[in-house]
Design a protein around this ligand. Sequence first.
Ligand code: FUB
Length: 313
Amino acid sequence: MKNLFTSLSILFLSMAGAQSVKTNNPIITDKYTGDPAALVYKEKVYLYAGHDEAPNDFHFYKMNEWLVYSSCDMKKWESHPVPLKTSDFKWAKGDAWASQVIQRNGKFYWYVTVEHGTIPGKSIGVAVSDSPLGPFKDALGRALITNDMTKFTDISWDDIDPTVYIDSDGQAYLFWGNTSCHYAKLKENMTEIDGEIHHIELPNFTEAPWIHKHKNWYYLSYAYEFPEKIAYAMSKSITGPWEYKGILNEIAGNSNTNHQSIIEFKGQWYFIYHNGASKPDGGSFRRSVCIDKLFYNKDGTMKRIVMTSEGIQ
Ligand code: FUB
């Protein structure tokens, strides 16, 4: 009897201990959010995401606006007024799909996926602002990329998921794609393509390319297969050749997409992604942004991400 009492006490104590660990993932809980893209600027992280507005009985994306949150420590996130909507692009007809913001010469450029109003298919637009929090306005009054500009696949949704990287020599590159991964140079003004559009061959490329650099390696991570894992390739040059390195993250709980953003902030690398784990109604079209730490091996390859409920403590 005494032994049973002792075992029960230990069980209760360990349960109490387990409950005291704070669950920081998902980090955004005021709204459903997907397709995170983070920007580090002046000691803060700005997190941009699409607003998943689908009701529980709706089995596709319903997305009309993008959201922005900011943090000084990756743990506490402040929400801000809605900075950009699909209706801000007069030539578009909806679908606030994946996007990324980048800073150049004091201006913030937001590359977004939207459904084009007159050219069939998805397209990429650019909005601009003087502040990372907006307000953002359409920089061009037309799309930067439309479906008829790329011929590597016949599908109408291959021109999605833009990611932009400015190399150390100042040359900016736009990568994007679904099924086929595309890239092109951007002119200094960040609103015009410079030269031809290229295709990159990557194993089981689905979508969501993201470029980052660590030491002297470039990394091209992307959504792999469907339901999506995240895989990556490495190169010594942003224009390739890219060498496939394997899976970085497994399928994210309760979501068929995973969509990563990788940043370094105050000396720590972070893997930002979405899953469908928000209770009670999370799922593939009601996603939530999460963050876990990312680590490198000595040879520059990345260690497999460990997705946690605890997140950043
Ligand atoms: O959010 C809509 C689409 O789902 C994105 O553009 C893809 O990356 C996937 O996450």
